[in-house]
Design a protein around this ligand. Sequence first.
Ligand code: PMP
Length: 422
Amino acid sequence: VEVGPLPAVVSESLLVPTVDGAVDYANFDHAASTPALMSVKKAVDNALRTYSSVHRGNGWASRVTSAWYEQARAEVRSFVGAREGDEVVFTRNSTDSFNLLARCLPRDTQVFVFESEHHAALLPWPARRTHRLPVPGSVSDARTLLRTALRDHRGRHRLVVLAGASNVTGEIWPVRELAAIARQAGARVVLDGAQYAPHRRVDLDDLGVDYVVLSGHKLYAPFGTGVLAGRADWLDAATPYLAGGGATKAVTDRGVVWQEGAARHEGGSPNVIGAIALAAACHTLRAHEAAVEEHERTLGRRLLEGLAAIDGVQTYSLFGPEHERVAVATFTVDGVDSSLVSAALSAEHGIGVRDGKFCAHLCVDALLETDPYAEGPATAVRASVGLATTAAHVERLLAAVAELAAHGPAHDYQLTAEGWVV
Ligand code: PMP
């Protein structure tokens, strides 16, 4: 694959510059967290000049900040294609959003979730009413597993949890198709958009899902802000996720009248600056959508094909090597522990990757076909491309992995409590 010149969007001006004089660090960990966009920094700088607590006063700063907060919500509404009757709730991150939704499920709700999901999507649900579907081996397998589970476990309220893109393999899930199966069975769907939204357009209606969950720090905004967007009825009927100031309309000695809408679940002074940052990121990503996708498609393809072509390197997929992905590749190097691969790439080549099981233990165990109870770590390495990645970084990573696979690390590393040291 030819890696041509990068689209203008990936010029350095889009991202906040790294420390002056730093080595050209090749960040291949965008799937964990992304660097901040310049537009995010500008929006935050501006907001920091005057701010106060939202919805709590008629003072000028408070009113301005309240307006910004609701503008940020409107921007996110548009980013996810929220429909009439959908709510957009600001949370801390995707984990928080899933836990909020789990808290709001009607009492008898049955939940259907594939074991390949990230732990944030797998674990928050009530254990007795959760049906775990095995890690699928193909798209048709996923379809059959879901159809069968929905047929075998009928009920008034049902929720299907679906990843937009796997945080382990980057593969894009057949969301429209699986959501249609859920809808035909009368079940609702929550989409884990954490890995999908940074790369592809999330549109609740077009995808046919009821809720979406996002993390700001994977969308080129800072940590601390996430989103749960979707149908308001379950959210409005539930007791507040964060009971306290802001979530109430009235408190008397006879009881509490809770707010409706997003405020019901956003008790306490909200993270306004985080919401403004996230909204700025959504705006920029949407404005450069096609270029971002093109950049990642080109580099992602080269990365995956390059890794697969190296002797002694294994790459992994759920749905088959040709299945569409966002620019994430998970691999192992024969005979070299994954944490050592990651340490050597960092120490010897200035390359940052992630190693481990990526908070998706069941998924990695299935892909690597390892026994989770056996001795020794069975982990993988994940390289994920984003706006800070260049074609030269990809070539550097491929050359470094080829070197490692052929000759092992350049130094004699020892594993200590602090990790691998020379
Ligand atoms: N879902 C997926 C697919 C993810 O990759 C992650 C983050 N690794 C999460 C959920 C959880 O996101 P956060 O850590 O921001 O809560």
